[in-house]
Ligand binder design. Structure first.
Ligand code: IVH
Length: 691
């Protein structure tokens, strides 16, 4: 309270001094980041962070117009050209764009232009992907490419003509389309490096032990600005996408969409996603759709640029010193953000693997708040040189799980504030057993199969839908059962009594009865599900099916040697070893016996007479099932097998038919690619000889 009071009574002069200091500091920082971004092509902060600093300065300037610095980065574009390049003035200034960070800001933009134009009807907006590359001006004189300039400080740019001439999508001469070019024409657009080329170039760089490019934008901007030892392969991979005619625009053109058509007629590449949105709702819908398509696009984009489509209205709205009033960049939620790595915790998984988990200062990235994320293993931590207390970059691209991409080394503190190195613990954080790491494995493990962490996870796995599907056995309940010692091994689950259950937290008589009933129901299962429930490493649904089909019954599987298991089609040596060693362990054998003793059971697979299968209608044919069929896949599988056919899990050249139900996806695509015949359910039934 006392401090609050003091701050409130701070004399006006002192307050404006501190505002002034903060403004100068922000201006300095932004200047430095501009240099790193535009001149050195190695930004040290994310775009979102840059935007936040920029906006803080803008807000302070709006509140204190008298303190605005003449050289403020908010009034300028980019950064002065680097030494070594010839420079040239742009035909007209190359401006930047104002950003809208969310839908509210986008709507505010539309309201503002409507107000300024005094219009109540919707104003059509041209929508274009905001390309994440390097802005370029191309000057054509007499229809011929005279010069290409980077944006530079917006007034003067670096002459990169020689490099640009290698970019195949830049016409050296304008085609005379329907609109004849004026004597001098300025075309503006973005030079981008398509993602596929970026990956290819980086692969080559790694092979040649060169530092890979951080992202396509840096690779593109850096490529353009090479002075010596020109990397022509990189230049030839670049693409120029045009979006405006800044000078010498044919008078016949009335809208941005017509400008784009004219650019195409002159021989330029224009983003194919460009469209016109009739009102704000259509604009928001376009933006959302583009965000969904983003990961499939060949080039990186970071938002939508909306421009008032009508050029006369653009004129009427005019421009500010830094950006036009008639356009806005509606940015996608940032995919990268920086935050502090507060701690690293080791979590023990179902297989005993210790996973280091980063505890982050919560940060919004890619539309979600991230506070925990897996660091995978010790090697990953070492490779990235992550230390507790470091500032790190967190990324969430599309639906991908968020990850820590790198440390901001230039922000690493030294002395007593230096970050701490981390090593996975030598003892299991749950049971205290000594952890092990095999020589050629990346994973550190707790070897104790009775470790409560493993047990909890194993119980959870056993209860999951793909295994025994026990209703009402949630995480909290499992925790209590294991922590209180009621479940010391998997089989104890089926030996629980009503009184024990009622004694648990949040467990009434009714829920206890329900749980007992679902445990009882879960005992009736299939051989494959039973195998899944045991939690054998590497044995998921597909492998369990193969084992169940291959051995038919438990006794045969228990007798099988590792080589017998490896002989089952689709089972490799790692899995065979894992299964064999599981059943070789007497503790696991005892568990299996006890589970059976407690009533776990399944129907023996139907005995098929060798004769019927060999003569069956589908004898010798291999099928793959995909998509949603009218009955569970197992039903069709049984029938195919009964008719002598075989069902496998994945499409290959050996597949005779793919049976595709509704919403079939990648398997269907693969079958089409391999020219495997595709059947619908009706066609399958016909082959099976039923109607
Ligand atoms: S129009 C006066 N359209 O984004 C308006 N710019 O942050 C000039 N950009 O400097 C820009 N895609 O380098 C426009 N479809 C697009 C764009 C685009 C990317 C870049 C451009 C601009 C920057 C502003």
């Amino acid at each position: 309270m006392a401090t609050g009071g003091k701050a409130a009574r701070k004399p006006a002069k002192k307050q404006s001094d501190s505002v002034k200091r903060r403004m100068a500091q922000l201006a300095d920082e932004l200047e430095q980041h501009n240099r790193l971004y535009y001149l050195e092509d190695r930004p040290s902060i994310s775009d979102a962070e840059y935007d936040a600093l920029f906006r803080e300065l803008q807000a302070l300037e709006a509140e204190h117009p008298e303190l605005v610095l003449a050289e403020s980065p908010t009034l300028r574009v980019g950064t002065p050209p680097a030494d070594g390049f010839e420079t040239h003035a742009h035909l007209s200034p190359m401006l930047s764009l104002d950003n809208a960070m969310d839908e509210a800001e986008m709507r505010a933009f539309v309201d503002r232009i409507a107000r300024m134009l005094d219009r109540s009807d919707p104003i059509p907006l041209a929508a274009e992907p905001k390309l994440d590359g390097a802005g370029v001006e191309l000057i054509y004189r007499g229809g011929k490419l005279e010069r290409g300039l980077t944006r530079g400080d917006g007034t003067v740019g670096e002459d990169v003509t020689a490099n640009l001439k290698h970019v195949l999508s830049i016409p050296l001469e304008l085609k005379s389309g329907s609109a004849k070019p004026a004597a001098a024409v300025s075309i503006r657009g973005e030079v981008v490096l398509p993602i596929a080329a970026f990956k290819r170039l980086n692969q080559r760089r790694i092979e040649r032990e060169l530092e890979p490019f951080a992202n396509p934008r840096n690779a593109a901007a850096g490529g353009l600005r090479q002075l010596h030892e020109i990397d022509t392969e990189r230049l030839r991979s670049l693409e120029f996408r045009a979006y405006s005619v800044a000078d010498g625009r044919p008078g016949s053109l009335a809208s941005q969409s017509e400008v784009l058509h004219c650019l195409v007629a002159w021989g330029f590449v224009v983003s194919p996603e460009c469209a016109v949105c009739d009102d704000i709702d259509a604009a928001v819908a376009y933006h959302e759709k583009l965000l969904l398509k983003r990961s499939e696009l060949p080039v990186e984009i970071d938002g939508t640029v909306f421009k008032v489509d009508d050029l006369a209205l653009q004129e009427e709205l005019g421009t500010l010193s830094r950006s036009p009033r008639w356009a806005v960049a509606f940015k996608f939620p940032p995919e990268q953000a920086t935050t502090t790595l507060l701690d690293i915790e080791a979590q023990v998984g179902r297989t005993g693997a210790l996973t280091p988990v980063a505890k982050l200062d919560p940060v919004r990235v890619g539309g979600v708040t991230v506070s925990n994320t897996s660091l995978h293993n010790q090697d990953e931590i070492d490779r990235k040189d992550l230390r507790i207390g470091d500032e790190v970059v967190v990324q969430r691209a599309g639906d991908v799980i968020p990850q820590v991409v790198r440390v901001l080394l230039d922000r690493r503190k030294t002395g007593k504030d230096a970050p701490r190195l981390y090593r996975l613990p030598e003892t299991c954080p749950v049971c205290g057993d000594e952890t092990i790491r095999l020589v050629d494995e990346a994973v550190t493990r707790c070897p104790n199969i009775d470790c409560p962490a493993q047990l909890k996870n194993n119980v959870w796995h056993l209860a999951s839908r793909g295994a025994l599907d026990v209703d009402g056995l949630g995480e909290k309940l499992i925790e209590q059962l294991v922590d209180l010692g009621h479940v010391k091994r998997l089989s104890d689950l089926f030996d629980l009594d009503r009184d024990t259950l009622i004694g648990l937290e949040r467990m009434g008589e009714k829920s206890a009865d329900n749980l007992l009933a679902s445990l009882d129901k879960a005992k009736e299962t299939t051989f494959a599900r039973f195998l899944i429930a045991l939690g054998i490493r590497h044995v998921g649904a597909t492998i369990a099916e193969l084992l169940a089909d291959g051995f038919g019954d438990l006794a045969s599987l228990l007798e099988a040697k590792e080589s017998d298991i490896a002989a089952v089609e689709g089972i490799g040596p790692t899995i065979a070893e894992s299964v064999a060693s599981f059943f070789a362990d007497p503790r696991n054998r005892a568990e299996v016996d006890r589970l059976i003793g407690l009533g776990l059971r399944w129907k023996a697979p139907k005995k098929r007479s060798a004769k019927s299968t060999a003569d069956g209608a589908l004898a010798g044919k291999t099928f793959v099932l995909t998509g949603t069929l009218s009955q569970p896949r197992d039903h069709f599988k049984e029938r195919i097998i009964d008719a002598g056919g075989k069902v496998t899990g994945s499409v290959s050249k050996k597949t005779d038919y793919l049976v595709a139900g509704e919403a079939a996806g990648s398997k269907l695509a693969k079958a089409q690619k391999l020219e495997v015949p595709v059947l619908d359910e009706a066609a399958l039934l016909e082959m099976l000889g039923s109607d």
